[in-house]
Ligand binder design. Sequence first.
Ligand SMILES: [Zn+2]
Ligand SMILES: [Zn+2]
Length: 146
Amino acid sequence: MSHEGIRIVSAEQAQREDAEHERLPGDAVTPKKVRVMKTEGTGVEIDWKDGHQSKWNFSWLRNACPCATCHEERQQTGRLPGVPKPKEKTLLVMYEAPVKPLEVTPVGKYALKFKWSDGHESGIYSWEYLRRVCRCDVCLAKVEGQ
Ligand SMILES: [Zn+2]
Ligand SMILES: [Zn+2]
């Protein structure tokens, strides 16, 4: 059996990969309002120009980091954006504090950059990427219902 054969690609991932080829309308990837609840530690909410609303919690966003390293690692393990890595089995049980952003900075007019409490900061979250990984009921239903 080749390595290709054991790579698990879920239907959802395959559809997302397909969806990456079609362009979203400008209003769908232009935020009207961006709320980063850094003090509350909850997550990010975006109101889009086309009237759509999206929100994500911080740990979801950390696990959906779009940088090349994280993206490749997810591809290799067949993990979808936002899904946490499986816990390593060790004898030592360590408490891991939930990952939070220490700093959130806009990148030009097209993206957000997070400096996470675990030290990672190479992901650039473009509006387009965020809109594509929208977790609202409508978008999730679309992914599952196709
Ligand atoms: Zn990353
Ligand atoms: Zn949505």
